[in-house]
Design a protein around this ligand. Structure first.
Ligand code: NAP
Length: 278
């Protein structure tokens, strides 16, 4: 596993397990446990996924069966829009911790910028409070575009370490990636497989043939080549293993360019501008 390093010196594993649309049941617990047993040290969840309980049970069982320690793992959760406002952040964080049965998170994200800039800034100040009080290891944002980040950075004292956004070869996010690079803020991709839609792309399949890997592995490796943290979701044991097995090959510059050239600025999720959670 490779790590990326934040501006604050902390590190994050570049590949993790996504858990969106994984119901709060034994399949959720089993997928998280299987991921940890397969070598994943990074799990991504959110309050709004309503599965933090079972993710937490999977973490506990994975630690017990591997002998790993909590400090070997990197766990992310996210603050939902209904809990925005400086005065609400700590209680929401504590609720997530309780459900996950953890005493800290490695990364806590503001899930969306929302539609009220003053509330966005006020909420980030609540995130800063958590960080300054050493309750959370790192704080970041999700679904922020350049304008949201410009407004945030102009008004706050602690920068986010990362911005988790939709990213795949059909949505290259070039301007945002350049901006983040200049600001020394990392990027993390959600729906990296486009909910499996990108796996049927002819170019992706051709490159998979060339490198002797699966289309999913090619896409995950493409994220790694771009230095983007990537969190493919799967509840299928063989796919969970497959998605981590991306560190024994590289893509050539030509293959990376071919994938970059698939860009159509096409989203499968909401556009952050104007999105308030509904
Ligand atoms: N911050 C945000 O607003 C936000 C939004 C969306 C997602 N996320 C995060 O990003 C994570 C990933 O995104 P996502 O869940 O939307 O979708 P995704 O990872 O792009 O795709 C998941 C789909 O691909 C399938 N799949 C996984 N590995 C595969 C493989 N090797 N071969 C073939 N099919 C494979 C899965 O099937 P099976 O599970 O049936 O194997 C599932 O149907 C989420 O789980 C969540 O943690 C964040």
């Amino acid at each position: 596993m490779e790590n990326i390093r934040f501006y604050n010196g902390n590190e994050m594993p570049i590949v993790g397990l996504g858990t969106f649309r994984v119901e709060n049941n034994d399949e959720c617990k089993a997928s998280v446990k299987h991921a940890i047993e397969s070598g994943y040290t990074h799990i991504d969840t959110a309050m709004i996924y309503e599965n933090e309980d079972k993710v937490g049970e999977g973490i506990a069982e994975g630690l017990a069966s591997t002998g790993l320690k909590r400090s070997d793992l990197f766990i992310t959760s996210k603050l939902w829009l209904d809990d925005y406002g400086r005065g609400n952040v700590e209680a929401a964080y504590e609720t997530s911790l309780k459900k996950l049965n953890l005493d800290y998170l490695d990364l806590y994200l503001m899930h969306w910028p929302g539609t009220d800039e003053a509330l966005m800034i006020d909420t980030w100040q609540g995130m800063e409070d958590l960080y300054k009080d050493n309750k959370v290891k790192n704080i970041g944002v999700s679904n922020f575009n350049v304008e949201h980040l410009e407004a945030l950075l102009a008004q706050v004292s602690i920068k986010p370490v990362i911005n988790q956004v939709e990213f795949h070869p059909y949505l290259l996010q070039e301007a945002l990636r350049r901006y983040l690079e200049v600001q020394n803020i990392h990027m993390e991709s959600w729906s990296p497989l486009m909910n499996a839609q990108i796996l049927d792309d002819t170019t992706v399949k051709e490159i998979a043939e060339e490198v002797g890997k699966s289309p999913a592995q090619v896409i995950i490796r493409w994220n790694v080549e771009h230095g983007v943290v990537v969190i493919p979701k799967s509840v299928t044991p063989s796919r969970i293993e497959e998605n981590l097995n991306v560190f024994d090959f590289k893509l050539t510059t030509t293959q990376i360019e071919k994938l970059d050239n698939l860009n159509e600025d096409r989203r499968i999720g909401p556009d952050p501008i104007g999105y308030n959670g509904h």
